[in-house]
Structures are given as C-alpha cells and as structure tokens.
Design a protein around this ligand. Structure first.
Ligand SMILES: Nc1ncnc2c1ncn2[C@@H]1O[C@H](COP(=O)(O)OP(=O)(O)O)[C@@H](O)[C@H]1O
Ligand SMILES: [Mg+2]
Length: 185
C-alpha cells in the first residue's frame, strides 16, 4: 500500500517520516527521487523552486513500490501521484507554521506564499480533486509534537486505513486568518 504524506512545505512531513522510519516503515523521499532520477522539467526562478515531472515520478513510484507492504511517500507533491492508495494531509495553524517554516531560510515572498497556501487549503483541494474522500486523512499538527503526529499515523494504520471521522477532510478551517494577521514573513 502506497501512502502519501503531504502538506504545505515546512509543516513537518519529513520530521514525521523520520519517526516512522525509526519504527521500521519504508519511507521514500520524493524530492530526493525527483532530483536523483532527474525527473525535472525546469526551474521556477520566481519561486526559487524546481518544476517536477509528476508523470515520471508517478511511473517510478508505481514500478518500484506497488504491491508492497506500507510505504510512505514524503513530499508536497505526493498526493498528485495516481500510484498512491491513501493520502495523509498534515495541517498546521498558519501562526505556528510561520515558526516552523523559519528553518527553511526562504525569502519573505516564498514564506508568505506558503502560509497563504496553508490558509487557502491548497494541498487539500488538490488532494480532493485527485483522490476519493474515504482515502484521505487530515491531521491537525498545530498542538502536536512530531511523536504525537506519528501516533496519529499509527492509529490510522491500526484502523486499517478505514475512514475515521476525526481525520475527515474538511474539519480544518484557517480561512479567518487571511483577514487577521500579516503573514508577510
Ligand atoms: N509537530 C511539530 N511540532 C513542532 N515542530 C515541528 C513539527 N513538525 C515539524 N517541526 C519542525 O518544523 C520544521 C520543518 O519540518 P519538516 O519536517 O522539514 O517539514 P516538511 O518536510 O513538511 O517541509 C523543522 O524544524 C521541524 O523540526
Ligand atoms: Mg520535507
């Protein structure tokens, strides 16, 4: 089973994946695959980021990981892969995300863009377009440390990835934040 761990950059995907790796789960770092396998279309200079060939990435993941035991795909594009069976979307209140994001050493505009993306549910909306509802789990990590978030993932596994109300997509709404705070970075 291929499980995407997605969410706005800085939200904690890699941190949670590291905890899961220590618990002997297989983890694929999607950014690393894209770079190592040269699945790149170009560079977005304005955004200071690489443009990834999602189609090639999908084929690679399908070929190498389909039919295996649980494998987690860590990456902010992982929800776009047709190969994934389940998607876990990590969320975080933008005020707290702003703190987490500081480790990334990004320009102000990039910080702002990502905080806005979290407020506007961009990754969740992309996920909803691509995956059916019962396969999507949304975890609010705002008041959870990394181990707590990993525990939520283990809970989902224990429940055989069956639909769980508390991880229903659509429970989380940061939309008021767009009016309240300056997220200029
Ligand atoms: N649940 C959490 N609580 C507090 N800090 C966190 C949490 N998850 C991640 N962080 C911190 O936020 C920063 C970004 O985390 P990272 O795992 O690199 O995010 P991503 O892989 O989604 O871009 C790191 O400094 C990490 O230690
Ligand atoms: Mg990461």
């Amino acid at each position: 089973m291929i499980v995407a761990i997605t969410g706005t950059p800085g939200i904690g995907k890699t941190s949670v994946s590291e905890v899961l790796r220590k618990k002997e789960f297989d983890i694929v770092d999607l950014n690393k695959v894209a770079v190592e396998k040269q699945f790149l279309i170009g560079v977005d200079i304005d955004r200071d980021s690489k443009i990834v060939d999602v189609d090639k990435l999908n084929k690679y993941i399908e070929k190498n990981y389909d039919g295996k035991d649980i494998v987690f795909i860590d990456g902010h594009l992982s929800h776009l892969l047709n190969a994934v069976d389940k998607v876990i979307v990590l969320r975080c209140h933008p005020k707290i995300l702003k703190k987490r994001i500081t480790v990334k050493n990004w320009k102000k505009e990039k910080i702002r863009e990502n905080l806005e993306a979290e407020i506007l549910d961009v990754i969740l909306c992309e996920t909803a377009e691509k995956q059916s509802r019962e396969n999507v789990f949304e975890i609010d990590t705002t008041e959870k440390n990394v181990d707590d978030v990993a525990e939520c993932v283990l809970e989902i596994i224990k429940n055989n990835f069956e639909h769980m109300k508390k991880y229903n997509m659509g429970n989380i709404d940061w939309s008021e934040e767009i009016l309240k705070e300056d997220y200029g970075g």
